[in-house]
Each structure stands twice: as structure tokens, then as C-alpha cells.
Design a protein around this ligand. Structure first.
Ligand code: HEC
Length: 130
């Protein structure tokens, strides 16, 4: 009986922690996340040039995941339909990269990185203050 109670307390606590971290993930598009996006974008670019499929794939997956967070952030923030769309576009470029790199189509992947870089600027022009 007691054991059961402890078990459900632990479960409840871990649920709470889970909810808290999701909340953190969506309430901040902080500089940290953007810095990491920039870092991974640079990495994926050079890894595609080096035709290092494994590393490029890891980078592209990270970029995809980070833009999912950006998209979620703007969804929760509200009144930012354009930003949601920009984030989704960037995420889709990352998804495309994953496919192209998996198929070892490095030429197309390289073109996709250029499109991704342009998509950063599009959003910054509207939503980045400085
Ligand atoms: C959906 C909109 C959006 C997209 C897409 C976007 N960004 Fe940003 N980015 C922002 C906003 C907003 C800021 C400013 C954040 C702030 O002021 O807190 C920013 C800031 C930055 C910064 C500045 C961080 C600092 O420390 O000064 C860098 C670097 C950056 N973004 C890189 C990128 C790169 C690289 C991409 C594309 C691969 C990208 N961003 C795509 C919205 C976006």
C-alpha cells in the first residue's frame, strides 16, 4: 500500500517535471537556441561539403528539432502567424536535408542549405529587433 503511494508520488513528480520542461521549451526563443541553430547550420554546411553523411544527418536532425521548438513557441505566443510559417519553412528545409543526405544527394543538399540560410533572414527581417 505504502509502496504504491510512493510509486504514484514519483510518477506525479516526474509528470510535473516533464510539464515544466515543455513549458520552458515553448516560452523561450532565446539567444541560446538561435546560437545553437546558427552553429548547427554552419556545421551541416561544412559536413555536406565534406560529404560526411553521418555528421550532416545529425546536424539536420538537430535543426529540424530546434525549429519545431521555434514553431511551438510562436504558436503559444499568439499573434505571430508569419513567424509560425517562417519557422515551419525552415523546419521543412531541415526535413528535406535529412532525406537528401540519407540518399547521399549532397548537391541537392547543398542547395537546400542555401535556401535554409535565406529563410533565417526572412524571419529576422520581421521579428528580430536588433
Ligand atoms: C521564425 C523566426 C526565425 C527564424 C526562421 C530564424 N530566426 Fe534567428 N532569430 C529570431 C529572433 C526573433 C531573434 C532575436 C531573438 C531575441 O531578440 O530574443 C533571432 C536571433 C538570432 C541570432 C542572434 C543571437 C544572438 O545571440 O544575438 C542568430 C545568430 C540567429 N537568430 C540565427 C538564425 C539562423 C542561422 C537561422 C536559420 C537557420 C535563424 N536564426 C532562423 C527568429 C528567427
Amino acid at each position: 500500500m505504502k509502496k504504491k503511494l510512493i510509486k504514484s508520488t514519483v510518477l506525479l513528480l516526474s509528470l510535473l517535471v516533464g510539464v515544466a520542461s515543455v513549458a520552458v521549451a515553448v516560452t523561450e526563443v532565446d539567444m541560446d537556441l538561435m546560437q545553437r541553430i546558427e552553429e548547427s547550420t554552419k556545421n551541416v554546411d561544412s559536413n555536406i561539403s565534406l560529404k560526411d553523411g553521418k555528421a550532416a544527418l545529425a546536424d539536420a536532425r538537430e535543426i529540424e528539432e530546434m525549429f519545431s521548438k521555434v514553431e511551438l513557441y510562436y504558436k503559444h505566443k499568439g499573434d505571430a502567424a508569419d513567424a509560425i510559417e517562417y519557422a515551419r519553412k525552415s523546419k521543412n528545409f531541415a526535413t528535406e536535408l535529412i532525406r537528401q543526405v540519407s540518399e547521399k544527394d549532397f548537391d541537392s543538399a547543398s542547395a537546400t542549405v542555401s535556401s535554409l540560410a535565406k529563410s533565417c533572414k526572412t524571419c529576422h527581417q520581421v521579428y528580430k529587433k536588433s
